[in-house]
Design a protein around this ligand. Sequence first.
Ligand code: NAD
Length: 418
Amino acid sequence: MSTQQKFSVADMARKQIENAAKTMGLPESLRTIFMCPKRMLRVTFPIQMDNGNVKCFTGYRCQYNDARGPTKGGGRYNPDVCEDEVIALAAWMTWKCALVDLPYGGAKGGVICDPMKLSERELEKITRRYTAEIMPVLGPHIDIPAPDVFTTSKTMAWMMDTFSMMTGRTEPAVVTGKPEVLGGSKGRKEATGRGVFITTRELYRKLGKSLKDTKVIVQGFGNVGSYAAYFLSQEGAKIIAVSDSSTGIINNNGFDVKDLMECVEKHKLLEPYTKGEKVPRDEVLYQDAELLIPAALENQIREDNAGKIKAKVIVEGANGPTSPEADEILEKKGIYVIPDILANSGGVIVSHFEWVQALSGLYWEEREVVDRLERKLVRTFDEVWDTAKRMKTSLRVAAYIVALSRVSEVYKYRGIFP
Ligand code: NAD
């Protein structure tokens, strides 16, 4: 666990499995399997920094469960990356891929570093050396990384190039979230935010409500948060509060989302943005708005602050933003939570499309990507909604029931080796 984390995210991920396992009556043998990561690789490597000094960096890659196929999952660059966090994120990837019925298991990786303090050259060296170190467990039919917090399409291009150089053939299917020119899919960049929007829209449909003029808070204005805000604003919702690691900003008249995106594009952070009232970044969570989208990091909504949230609907753009204790408080308050493994699954769905395109060498128009994403997410949302009604559970427990049932089904046929 990192020093900043006073709790275990992996414990949180295990608690979520427990909750669903109890409700669905999952056999003990499967419960035991689902609690354990299959493989955890830790690597430490030296990098010569721009000033000539040599620094050692530590990275991880966890492959949680590959019963349903090669493992899939992002890699993040953050000072808080640690084994505990990587295990939790890999577990969530496993359940997410099963929930949306992709032929993948779950993985996650990361390097302990602060990308804000590294030059482009240093980031490239770290990426290439980290890729080389985890090479033995990488491959288009073994484990396929993608971007996550503070990693981008450029990071994926370096990973793909390193893998290709070391194997002696160009291998576009080894990562997803690549630039289009290298075989990246149209619509991948926006996919997670678009998925957050689609699942929100489906919930509002079920509730007989409109998104028009709905006030929205977005915590974390990176890839996921910014595109979620953009698509929601296109539907008439009003983004009244946003935050990132540098600041929180409020504008009760509603932000011009494109303008905010341009600021981040140019300066990397929201700090220089002037068209709103600056507040401490965590304050945005407690603003008076109907919809809250946590799209930053884990454990943002906890036992100690869940009571202060005024939103009626929470859509988890981030992975693991809500602790199980906070979940109970939110449920008692009658707040709907669209869980991460459903709300942010748009990214891995389009990553799967990208992998299929790279393996086949046949590339799709954006319309086809968006239509397929829409269909898959609407179908999955309905399945989760119906399960929640039938089992009288929260949407999170329902999503886990669907996901765990799918992985369980595979064990019925594959059995346990040897
Ligand atoms: P990103 O690096 O593009 O953006 C992260 C954002 O969060 C940045 O704006 C950063 O400044 C902000 N942030 C960091 N700490 C914060 C804090 N304490 N308070 C407020 N903001 C803070 O990363 P991303 O890809 O948008 O990922 C965000 C979340 O979504 C992560 O939990 C990630 O695992 C999850 N996710 C991402 C994808 C994807 O396709 N990128 C897919 C599924 C889930």
